[in-house]
Design a protein around this ligand. Sequence first.
Ligand code: CP
Ligand code: NVA
Length: 297
Amino acid sequence: MKHLLSLENMSTSDMEQVLNTTAAFKSNRGHDVKPLAGQTWALIFSKSSTRTRVSFEVGIHELGGRPLFLNAGDIQLGRGEPIKDTARVLGRMVHGAVIRTFAQQDVDDFARYSGIPTVNALTDDEHPCQILTDIFTFQEKRGSIRGKVVTFVGDGACNVPLSWIWAASKLGFELRIAAPKAYQPSSDLLARAGGRISCTEDVNAAASGADLLYTDVFVSMGKEAESADRLKDLAPYQINAALVKQAKPDALVMHCLPAYRGKEISEETLEANADTIFTEAENRLHTQKAILAWLVG
Ligand code: CP
Ligand code: NVA
């Protein structure tokens, strides 16, 4: 039984398989194989979503399956039914699950108790489908990411940079995280990951010579109570025209979206890189179809 619970626990060869098959899903769209024929996949979401929800619903449908969207607040999970009971019920009725929630442990427990393929569609610890998509998008435009320099700017301790860390250590590129000390990943996690990963408060040094500048929201879902502090602390860590000048002349600028202009990225820089950023969003569909096919293959 395969799951995609984290990049921390995904092997390099499995990542490469997903990345290598995504291009075919993109170019063959409309003539898809149907590995999910006759299957129903539950999408259990405890947090808001546009891209992840729509790309999984459309992707499951295009692979022959039926998506069943379950807002966690509408099912008994939202009234306190344990995840392991929800998992044992759904595991007897549906064929796979895509889960967006807070605790990583809930996704891990769901996989264990349901006995069906389970996908992490974002937890507080990781956003693996996003980062696989980002790497596909980078490679589609610039070739292999191995040996390249990726600079993450902003809240360096949230799910998106944490998944970047595991990808860097497994796929052999350099990752620089530019963030205030309090927003850097723990030294324990960095030691576990190994690889060429560094953290600094010096945003210009981190961006210098980068092949990819990347950012995410300053206030992740679940952190709304910290909004005022976060917006103040992270304000110097904006991707804007001055920072882009520090990177390589052909550097890509990417953002997982949703974007808050004037906060983590300037309006001008977002619009100048809109083609890349919205291709990145589109590629969620193609990459996740490759993930689903890999899970059931
Ligand atoms: N990037 C991303 O996961 O977007 P959504 O929150 O809209 O799904
Ligand atoms: N770090 C962000 C990602 C949104 C796609 C969050 O968790 O809200």
